[in-house]
Design a protein around this ligand. Structure first.
Ligand SMILES: [Mg+2]
Length: 215
């Protein structure tokens, strides 16, 4: 496989092992609103969705949310992430190896901007991705639309067809494929077969990533 020009990373579940922290917070909030939910159920219900796309689903179940609810939840997540963002095993090392190999790297996430910046700092990757960190707040439409990946590719001065996207959720794989990129699917939160059905090439460990990119 020839080397791509740039590698565009999803954040949650790919770089930051944050899904359970986020899902625990979401589950607590929804339970308090009258939709009893565990962290695992939150993950199943909302995996890969940006907060604005979660809101109508939540309101369909519990009625109109208090004003500022989504913003408060986002701030709470950012605060928690500043204190504690566990890395996905081998992810930080893989990113550093890929950048050292001369490939451009960017982050494209359905997280809010402040929350995403907090995760990058906590992972020690803020400098590696400097200026190439994209939140749903930076574009018109969140994943599964391709906008975030198109913006990330442009920031790397690369055509999307010359980029590889690294994803772990179905909305993220769909976004990467819609952008026109090759997508590698980290099969942990979502089974390999499901990722493959949406056009990703599944893989099982971050240590495999440099090899899959031709490094
Ligand atoms: Mg993800």
């Amino acid at each position: 496989m020839s080397r791509p020009r740039a590698v565009l990373f999803d954040c949650d579940g790919v770089l930051a092992d944050s899904e359970m922290v986020v899902n625990r917070l979401v589950a607590e909030q929804l339970t308090a609103l009258g939709w009893p939910m565990s962290a695992a159920e939150s993950r199943e219900t909302f995996l890969g969705l940006a907060l604005p796309d979660m809101v109508p689903r939540i309101e369909a179940r519990v009625g109109p949310l208090p004003p500022g609810w989504a913003e408060e939840l986002s701030a709470l997540i950012a605060q928690e992430m500043t204190l504690h963002t566990p890395p996905v095993e081998g992810a930080v090392e893989a990113v550093r190896a890929i950048a050292a190999g001369g490939l451009a790297v960017a982050v494209a996430s359905n997280s809010a901007r402040a929350e995403l910046a907090a995760k990058m700092r906590a992972l020690g990757l803020a400098h590696v991705f400097a200026g190439r960190v994209f939140s749903f707040e930076d574009v018109e439409r969140p994943k599964p639309w391709p906008d975030i990946y198109l913006a990330a590719a442009a920031a790397c001065d690369a055509a999307p067809q010359d980029c590889v996207v690294v994803e772990d959720s179905v909305p993220g794989v769909r976004a990467g494929r819609a952008a026109g990129s090759r997508v590698l699917g980290y099969a942990r939160e979502t089974p390999a077969g499901v990722l493959a059905a949406h056009g990703a090439e599944p893989f099982g460990a971050m240590a495999e990533l440099p090899g899959l990119l031709g490094l």
